[in-house]
Design a protein around this ligand. Structure first.
Ligand SMILES: NC(=O)c1ccc[n+]([C@@H]2O[C@H](COP(=O)([O-])OP(=O)(O)OC[C@H]3O[C@@H](n4cnc5c(N)ncnc54)[C@H](OP(=O)(O)O)[C@@H]3O)[C@@H](O)[C@H]2O)c1
Length: 291
C-alpha cells in the first residue's frame, strides 16, 4: 500500500497534520463537507473527497485505499454515542481498509480523578454527556478495529492551545476563576505538539491502543488563566471560592471545574516519541505570544 492518508475532520489539528504528512512526501486526502472547506484544503495541497458525516449516503466517494485514517471530527452535540464515526467506518469499502486509524478522543473520558495522576489503564468514568459520547466512540472504534484487523490508536487529549486558541475573551469578560487552593488540575497540549503526536502515532513503531497526549506538566486551571492574563497584559480575573463558583458559573464552565486530574504522558513519550516543541506552559505560551 502506498503512503497515503485520509483525514476526516480536517480542521485546525487536521490541517497541521496534513502539513506534516505533505512535508514527509505522503499523499493526503481530506473529507470536506462544504465547498469552503474543500477550497481551503485544496489550497493546502490536500486532495478532497466530498462527504458529510451526518449524511451517510454522501460518503459513497470513499473508494480509495488509504494506509492511515486520521479521524478528528467531533461527535454530534447531543445523543449518547457517535453516529458520525459509525457512518464513516461502515462507509469504508471492504477489502481496502486502512492499516491504522488515529482517533482523537478526550481526557474527559476519565471523569473526575480527584487530582490523581492518571494512566491509560484507569477505568474510564465519563461524567459529562460530551465525554460519554467520546467513550462510546472509543468503544465503537475498538470493536470495529478488532473485527476488521485494523490497528486503532486512541489519543486522549486535554485542552488544546495555540496562538488562536487562548482564553483571552473569557479573561476580558471578567468571569472569575476559582481560588488556587480549590482549583482543579488541568492538562494541556500545544496544537502543533498534538499534530506531531498524531503523526508519530501513525508512523512510529507499532502504536496501538490508548495514549494520553499532554505536555506532562499539569498545573491548576487558575494558574493557566493567570499566566495567559500576565502574558497578554490583561488584569488577572478575580478569584472566588468553589462554592461561589457553583452558584454563579454556567453548567458548561462548571463541568470543567468539577474534574481534576493529572495526565501521565509516559506511554506516549516512551512509545510514540513525539518531538514536543512545548513541554510545558512556560515554553508554549512564550511561543504563542511571540508568534
Ligand atoms: N478543544 C479542545 O481543547 C479539545 C480537547 C480534546 C479533544 N478535542 C477534539 O479534537 C478534535 C480536533 O480538534 P480541532 O480543533 O481540529 O477541531 P476543528 O478545527 O473544529 O475541526 C473539526 C473538523 O471536523 C469537521 N466536521 C465536523 N462535523 C462534520 C461532519 N458532519 N461531516 C464532515 N466533517 C465534519 C469540520 O468540518 P468543517 O471544516 O466543514 O466545519 C472540521 O473540519 C475534535 O474532535 C475536538 O473535539 C478538542
Amino acid at each position: 500500500m502506498t503512503r497515503t492518508v485520509l483525514i476526516v475532520g480536517c480542521g485546525d489539528i487536521g490541517s497541521r497534520v496534513a502539513r506534516l504528512e505533505l512535508a514527509a512526501g505522503h499523499g493526503v486526502s481530506g473529507l470536506a463537507r462544504s465547498a469552503a472547506t474543500a477550497a481551503r484544503l485544496e489550497e493546502q495541497g490536500v486532495a478532497t473527497v466530498g462527504g458529510d458525516l451526518d449524511k451517510p449516503d454522501s460518503l459513497a466517494g470513499l473508494k480509495s485505499a488509504w494506509r492511515t485514517l486520521y479521524y478528528f471530527a467531533p461527535p454530534p452535540g447531543s445523543g449518547v454515542d457517535d453516529p458520525r464515526l459509525a457512518a464513516l467506518l461502515e462507509g469504508l469499502p471492504d477489502g481496502s481498509l486502512p492499516e491504522r486509524v488515529i482517533y482523537i478522543s478526550t481526557s474527559g473520558v476519565y471523569g473526575d480523578c480527584g487530582g490523581a495522576w492518571v494512566r491509560e489503564d484507569r477505568p474510564p468514568h465519563p461524567q459529562s454527556a460530551r465525554s460519554q459520547r467520546r467513550w462510546a466512540a472509543e468503544q465503537y472504534l475498538e470493536t470495529w478495529s478488532r473485527c476488521h484487523g485494523v490497528a486503532a490508536v486512541i489519543l486522549r487529549v486535554p485542552g488544546i492551545y495555540s496562538p488562536g486558541r487562548l482564553p483571552l475573551e473569557r479573561i476580558r469578560s471578567g468571569i472569575p476563576v476559582v481560588c488556587e487552593e480549590e482549583s482543579p488540575y488541568s492538562n494541556r497540549i500545544h496544537a502543533d505538539d498534538l499534530a506531531e503526536a498524531c503523526f508519530a502515532a501513525a508512523w512510529r513503531g507499532a502504536a496501538d491502543g490508548v495514549y494520553n497526549v499532554s505536555d506532562g506538566h499539569p498545573t491548576t486551571m487558575t494558574d493557566y488563566f493567570y499566566r495567559v492574563a500576565d502574558r497578554s497584559g490583561l488584569p488577572r480575573p478575580a478569584a472566588i471560592s468553589l462554592e461561589e463558583a457553583r452558584r454563579i458559573l454556567s453548567p458548561a464552565m462548571l463541568s470543567f471545574l468539577e474534574e481534576s486530574k493529572r495526565l501521565d504522558n509516559g506511554r506516549m513519550t516512551r512509545e510514540l516519541q513525539p518531538k514536543l516543541l512545548y513541554p510545558d506552559l512556560e515554553s508554549g505560551l512564550a511561543a504563542c505570544f511571540n508568534a
